[in-house]
Design a protein around this ligand. Structure first.
Ligand code: HAM
Length: 432
């Protein structure tokens, strides 16, 4: 074990990247709040059974990918592999169904899946997601898809593909599963070993297989669209009509089934074709049975979740990542140890006003301290020299053009405020 390397499939966010990450999170939050979603923060771990029941016993996530531990009380707990089951659990626990007919919640945070790491696939990754619980109308499905689409557009991404399908309701899906099983039973030996198992345990999953041989076999099986009941048919028609009405393009993907078992009717993914094998930026759909399955009332739900790492890469590929200055705005340079006391006081006042300030400790030469100031990337340097300070004056150097001016210390705050805006919150100044 290498103690100086982060565990496989995890990564550190360094200060410069963290600034971009914060920008993504605050942009996402602003859009989701404007669509009427409230933020929920659920625990990082939940009872294992919640995911087993919610996501489905025969899914890859539950069968192979969960980080599960037994705590000292003998309880089985699992690091959340996704957010929907946790939100549904919280919805039931806090009886949100009693507060309003429709609940709209969003989340942002880390998720954990023990998958084989590769580009765009991590073991600790981050998602933001929304869940609209209580609305059965296809308008909700279209609204959620549109929200994902518009959010990416607002971040500057316009070339994404929406892949859309329906997986029907438990009734029509049962019929389709039977048709699928009988169509594939005759050619089962041509399928990969995983799909042979899927044929028995969860035949719908087969449609998702990436093996070219399975793909060829699957291309000949009947489409779920031939098995939809009247209500499911109508629901899907409505979703597509609504999207067309607002000019949102989508691709019908009859083989899109998604990797979680809770879906009913609409499923969708938004794809960035430049991302390689892991090209889904987000995925979601309707889950009308999940709340009841987890022990709540029979209320419908619909939502989606987006990978933040994949969003970061897509924004980067498209040149849409803003650059942020990481260093201080102002560097204070006292010429002598006694003047470091003055510098400390000025730095404190400026920091309390929200400016980002660094200072030298006064023990080094002007040249050495100036080098440090340069390296810090500060746009302004404040030099406090002995002679100037006798007259309670300081020198302000503007790094962009090298110009400098002498100022009375009493007018410093006013001058700085004219030149640059504070980055942080303001703390009331000390009482004089
Ligand atoms: P999901 O398709 O499993 O759906 O994940 C959603 C998104 O999370 C993916 O499209 C991808 O961008 C990102 N993602 C998933 N696994 C990884 C990974 N190992 N590394 C990096 N990114 C990853 C769900 O999680 C559902 N809860 C979505 C949902 C919400 N459905 C209804 N409501």
């Amino acid at each position: 074990m290498n103690l100086t390397t982060a565990p496989r499939g995890t990564f550190d966010l360094m200060p410069q990247q963290a600034l971009v990450w914060q920008w993504m999170e605050s942009s996402i939050r602003a859009v989701l709040l404007s669509y009427g979603y409230g933020e929920i923060r659920t625990p990082i771990f939940e009872h294992t059974e919640l995911f087993q029941r919610g996501i489905g016993e025969t899914t890859d996530i539950v069968e192979k990918e969960m980080y599960t531990l037994t705590d000292k009380g003998g309880r089985s707990l699992t690091l959340r592999p996704e957010g929907t089951a946790s939100v549904v659990r919280a919805y039931i626990q806090h009886k949100l169904y009693g507060q309003s007919p429709v609940t709209k919640l969003f989340y942002i945070g880390p998720m954990f899946r023990q998958e084989r790491p590769q580009a765009g696939r991590f073991r600790q990754f981050h998602q933001f997601g929304v869940e609209m619980i209580g609305e059965e109308s296809p308008v909700a499905d279209a609204e959620v898809i549109l929200l994902a689409h518009d959010l990416y557009c607002q971040l500057g991404l316009t070339e994404l593909e929406i892949h859309l399908n329906t997986v029907g309701c438990p009734q029509c899906r049962q019929e389709y599963k039977a048709a699928l099983t009988s169509a594939l039973a005759a050619v089962a030996e041509q399928l990969c070993s995983t799909c042979r198992l899927r044929l028995v345990r969860n035949p719908l999953r087969l449609l998702d297989c990436k093996s070219p041989v399975c793909q060829e076999v699957i291309s000949r099986v009947p489409s779920i669209h031939n098995y939809l009941c009247t209500d499911c048919h109508h629901h899907f028609d409505q979703v597509t009509t609504l999207l067309e009405q607002v000019g949102v393009k989508y691709k019908l993907s009859p083989k899109l089934v998604r990797g979680l078992d809770y879906y009913t009717r609409t499923v969708f993914e938004i794809i960035n074709t430049d991302l390689g094998a892991q090209n889904a930026l987000c995925g979601g759909g309707r889950y009308d049975g999940l709340v009841a399955e987890c022990g709540g009332p029979a209320v419908p739900g619909v939502g989606f979740a987006s990978g933040i790492e994949r969003l970061y890469t897509t924004l980067e590929q498209n040149g849409k990542l803003p650059e942020f200055a990481c260093g201080p705005q102002l560097y204070i340079l006292p010429l002598g140890e006694e003047l470091a006391v003055v510098a400390f006081e000025i730095a404190t006042d400026l920091r309390r006003q929200g400016f980002s300030v660094e200072m030298g400790n006064g023990t080094k030469s002007l040249k050495a301290q100036m080098k440090a100031a340069h390296k810090s990337g500060a746009g302004f340097v404040l030099i406090i020299g002995e002679e100037e300070w006798r007259e309670r004056q300081v020198t302000l150097k503007i790094m962009a053009d090298g110009s400098q001016k002498r100022l009375p210390a009493s007018g410093l705050m006013e001058e700085i405020t004219k030149l640059v805006s504070p980055r942080g919150p303001q703390v009331p100044l000390r009482e004089e």
